[in-house]
Every structure is written in structure tokens, then in C-alpha cells.
Design a protein around this ligand. Structure first.
Ligand code: HEM
Length: 361
């Protein structure tokens, strides 16, 4: 359901046209009886969501082969089939946009940058820069991943965390009701004033960063200082270096002894010292020149969702019977993983795996 919410919100904001996937009704686990109903599986919103996700999983797998991926897929392209589904979904929107731009030019109409107008959207800007449908399509799908899956990921883990920490939900709901009331829509000022909400969102981004792995390529040779007395690490020039934001966000030497515990207060009390003295330990949106361009939009969208959710619900329960089963070995572990009640997976972004649920086990 959350993926549908973020798809609708991203398409409205970026493409100027909401695809109304929420109108598909409730979402069901894949292997539950309603989840196998043909009307449900063949609904355009579900077909797109499945293909979009599978294409990303396969593209991530491809990434493992580096520049040699074409050899690994010599006989068959792992991503093509799903991408065709995505293209069928997105192409009519792009065709309409190009047509609108052409008609405007023919009629000699002046473009307006008025807020909310089509010209003010990402797609409006794209069609004014190029008529190349492939460039427009690639840019559009790229930003859909950036805008839709990341916020869907955070909101999914937020709801999961609220189901596991009822005292956090109670306090957050009290803040929502005292700031916004029980029916009004939140304003930008409301969002700015809800400090506990920002802390809850940040704590979720810390434990479940939607982009858990990232990569950079060194320009020149560089020596990284060793950690905890280890020897320095030599990175040759032009070397791809993977780093895990997920692991960094859970490091006790950076976040303190309770680093693995979900506690939004760490963004409000004296534990904030860990972050203020070393801001680069919290990188859900990355940092530097390539920092996320949609950070503020994402905070607003997620806050809006949480306000509406908590205006309507006073408790949340995790349906454990429809979660993917964890292996016995996993539950016996010692770390945070052993307590996890959902299966956390990732392709470009992190998500909760509900692909093999109760009926299969
Ligand atoms: C919780 C939500 C989000 C998270 C955690 C997130 C995270 C990130 C991260 C980690 C990057 C940097 C990738 C890199 O290392 O190069 C990034 C880039 C980007 N994000 Fe987001 N993002 C979120 C939401 C959004 C939204 C809603 C939009 C658009 C409305 C957006 C648009 C972008 C764009 C355009 C870039 C590329 C910037 C560039 O390469 O210069 N993001 N995001």
C-alpha cells in the first residue's frame, strides 16, 4: 500500500499526472488467497510494481559482474522482460507530455513556471529540453526509483517500528494531535514544529537506510586512516569502492553502546553529541555535491503520511503470520537480526520481503 502511495505522490509531483494506483484497493501478501486472484495480480498497479521491483533486483545482480555483465547475459537479458512492462506503463504518460509540448509550441503559447502547472514538473522541464523519447524515459524512470522506492522503504520500516514500539507511537500520536488536530491537513509549519516526528523518521533512516550500500570511484590514489588501531588502507586510483551505510549507522564506536536499539530520543538528548561532532556518521541522503535532491520533499511526504496515519489509527499490529519465515539459524543469532520480525532485503533500495509467506512454508 505504501509503494502505491509513494508511486501516486511521485507521479503527481514529478510527471504532473497521478497514476492513481491506490485506487487498486487493498494490497495482499503474494501467497494469500486474495493475493493470487487474477483480478488482483493483473491490476496495472500491481503489474507495474512487480516488474519495477524485479527489474531492480536483476539489475543489482548484474552490477555484481561489473563491466563484464554482458558476457554473463550472453544468451538472455535478465532485465528486458520487466523493463518492457515498465515501459508500457510509463510510455503513454510521456507520449501525452511530448504531444502537449508540441501543441503548445505550434500554438505559440508561452511556457509558465507557475507552481503546480505541468511546465513546473520534472517531466515538463524534460520535454522542453529534448524530444528524445529514450532520454525522457530513462530520466523519468531514474527519478521514479530515487523518489518512490526510497520513501516507500522508509515508510514501511517506520510503520514496522511503530508496531514494535507502542510507546513511540503513543508519543508521536500525541504530538500529531496536539499540533495538527485529528482531521486537518498538516502545513509546512506543523511539520517543522513536530520535533519528535523528525526524530522518529531519522531513527528509522539510521537503522534502515533506504540506500544501504553505496559506491565511489577514487580519482587519485589515497590512504584511508585505519580504524581502531588497524593499519591504514591504500586505495589505488580509479578504484570502485563499496561502502555500507547500513553497517556504519549501527556502529557502536560511532553511535554509542546502544547503537542497535531503536530509540528516537538519541536525536534529541545528549546522545546527539555523536552526530554533531561527526555529521558524516549519518548518511541516509549521502552528502557533498551529490547529496539527495529530494531530501526536503521526502521529509514532507513522510511527515504528511504519518500525520494522516496517526490521525486515524491509535495502534498498529504486525501481522506476523504473513511475514516471510526466517530460518532457525537466523533467529538463534545474537545481533539485532535475531529480533527482526520481517525479512529485510535490498536491491538498489531496502525493502521488506513478503515474497514467500505463510502458505509456502
Ligand atoms: C527517504 C527518502 C530518500 C532517501 C533516503 C534518498 C537517498 C538518496 C541518496 C543516498 C542519494 C545519493 C546517491 C549517490 O550516492 O549518488 C540520492 C540521490 C538523489 N535523490 Fe534521493 N532519497 C530520497 C528521496 C528522494 C526524493 C523524494 C527525490 C525526488 C523528489 C529524490 C531525488 C534524488 C535525486 C535526483 C538524486 C540524485 C542527485 C545527484 O546525483 O546529483 N530522492 N537520494
Amino acid at each position: 500500500m505504501i509503494c502505491r502511495f509513494t508511486l501516486d505522490s511521485a507521479t503527481e509531483f514529478l510527471l504532473g499526472k497521478c497514476v492513481s494506483s491506490l485506487s487498486a484497493g487493498l494490497a495482499y501478501p503474494k501467497n494469500s488467497p486474495p493475493g493470487q486472484d487474477k483480478d488482483y495480480t493483473d491490476h496495472p498497479a500491481n503489474v507495474f510494481a512487480r516488474a519495477f521491483s524485479d527489474a531492480q533486483s536483476n539489475a543489482t545482480f548484474r552490477g555484481g559482474f561489473g563491466t563484464l555483465w554482458r558476457l554473463a547475459e550472453f544468451w538472455s537479458d535478465r532485465v528486458k522482460k520487466d523493463m518492457e512492462v515498465c515501459h508500457r506503463f510509463i510510455d503513454p504518460i510521456l507520449k501525452d507530455a511530448l504531444q502537449m509540448e508540441r501543441s503548445m509550441k505550434e500554438a505559440g503559447q508561452v511556457r509558465t513556471e507557475e507552481k503546480g502547472a505541468f511546465e513546473d514538473t520534472l517531466l515538463g522541464h524534460l520535454v522542453s529540453c529534448t524530444e528524445d523519447p529514450i532520454v525522457i524515459r530513462d530520466e523519468t524512470l531514474n527519478i521514479l526509483i530515487a523518489a518512490r522506492d526510497t520513501t516507500a522503504s522508509t515508510l514501511t520500516f517506520l510503520v514496522y517500528m511503530l508496531s514494535q514500539h507502542p510507546h513511540v507511537l503513543k508519543r508521536l500520536r500525541a504530538e500529531v494531535l496536539s499540533t495538527v488536530g485529528n482531521s486537518r491537513r498538516p502545513t509546512n509549519e506543523d511539520v517543522r514544529d513536530m520535533k519528535y516526528m523528525r526524530a522518529v523518521i531519522n531513527e528509522t533512516l539510521r537503522l534502515y537506510p533506504p540506500v544501504p550500500l553505496n559506491v565511489r570511484t577514487s580519482v587519485e590514489a589515497v590512504l584511508w586512516p585505519g580504524v581502531n588501531g588497524d593499519s591504514p588502507i591504500y586505495i589505488p586510483p580509479k578504484t570502485r569502492t563499496l561502502y555500507s551505510v547500513f553497517l556504519m549507522h549501527r556502529r557502536k564506536d560511532l553511535w554509542g553502546p546502544d547503537a542497535e536499539i531503536f530509540d528516537p530520543d538519541r536525536f534529541l538528548d545528549e546522545r546527539l553529541k555523536y552526530l554533531t561532532s561527526n555529521p558524516f556518521i549519518f548518511l541516509p541522503f549521502n552528502a557533498g555535491p551529490r547529496i539527495c535532491l529530494g531530501q526536503q520533499f521526502a521529509y514532507n511526504e513522510m511527515s504528511f503520511f504519518l500525520v494522516c496515519l496517526l490521525q486515524n489509527f491509535s495502534s498498529i499490529t504486525l501481522a506476523e503470520d504473513v511475514q516471510t519465515r526466517r530460518s532457525a539459524e537466523w533467529t538463534k543469532g545474537t545481533g539485532h537480526n535475531s529480533q527482526e520480525k520481517v525479512i529485510v532485503r535490498h536491491h538498489f533500495t531496502m525493502y521488506v520481503d513478503v515474497s514467500t509467506s505463510f502458505l509456502e512454508s
